[in-house]
Design a protein around this ligand. Structure first.
Ligand code: ADP
Ligand code: MG
Length: 249
């Protein structure tokens, strides 16, 4: 279907084209392309070692591609001539091992990295904690919180600078299984309300099915299939893809 005039007027929030990364002559990301609209979630899904985290790190700007381009709202943040530093890309990060700072209370964690006058920062912290339902916990320390509560604070912290794009690398894998679905749904609701474009990395098909608007199925550094979750689930590109999805019910 051709794009509608309205859809083609604005560039995607995030657009990645032909991203390549080699380590010691070995190509671990071999030409990855994806685009994510505001308020949408794209899942990079694939087995361990297929290049998901490396792709995310290049988008974040903490690793440099050997080739390819990255654009945010149409403006290049990486190409042959441009390399915008990570802190200026308008990108938020949530990684599994991206723990809260133990010596700062909840408010201090959310305020960390914010700039501007104190009153403005306080207002942002209050608003973010309210969004994740953690206002009552502002003066608690991370060790006083449950895993799910820590996860909510981490989300508030990641969103406090109002990133246009959020990159999440297996952010839920440290959580108790009983909590996980609730936290996933809450996280998704908050991100959608913010209109953030999300790239979520996971090796769990069920997580991708639950959270993604679009799945990019990766194998050996390449995207082998890309589309809406149920299209991929119902029509996997090959036997390997079918086997990968066979646990999801
Ligand atoms: P995933 O996140 O899908 O598990 P990664 O992106 O972490 O995969 O890694 C992809 C491949 O690249 C793996 O084989 C990994 O060992 C390799 N790799 C990642 N980072 C480096 C690095 N800094 N130096 C050398 N090899 C690396
Ligand atoms: Mg990884």
């Amino acid at each position: 279907m051709p794009p509608s005039p309205a859809a083609s007027a604005a560039p995607p929030r995030l657009e990645v084209r032909d991203l390549v990364r080699r380590f010691g002559g070995r190509e671990v990301v071999g030409g990855v392309s994806l685009s994510v609209e505001a308020g949408q979630v794209t899942c990079l899904l694939g087995p361990s070692g297929c290049g998901k985290s490396t792709t995310l790190r290049m988008i974040a700007g903490v690793d440099t591609p050997d080739a390819g381009t990255i654009r945010a709202d149409g403006a290049p943040v990486f190409d042959e001539t441009v390399q915008v530093p990570p802190e200026s890309r308008g990108i938020g990060l949530m990684f599994q091992d991206f723990a809260l700072f133990p010596h700062l209370d909840v408010a201090g964690n959310v305020a960390f990295g914010l700039k501007g006058p104190r009153a403005d920062r306080d207002r942002i912290v209050e608003a973010q904690l309210a969004k994740v339902g953690m206002s009552r916990f502002a003066r608690k320390y991370p060790h006083e919180l449950s895993g799910g509560e820590q996860q909510r604070v981490a989300l508030a912290r990641a969103l406090a600078p109002r990133p246009r794009i959020m990159l999440m690398d297996e952010p839920f894998s440290g959580l108790d299984e009983r909590l996980r679905d609730d936290i996933r749904d809450e996280t998704l609701a908050v991100l959608q309300a913010e209109g953030t474009a999300v790239v979520l990395v996971t090796h769990e098909p069920a997580e991708a099915m639950r959270m993604a608007d679009e799945i990019a199925l990766m194998r050996g550094g390449r995207i082998v299939q890309q589309g809406a979750p149920y299209n991929i689930y119902n029509a996997p590109v090959d036997r390997e893809a079918a086997a990968f999805f066979s646990d999801v019910n």
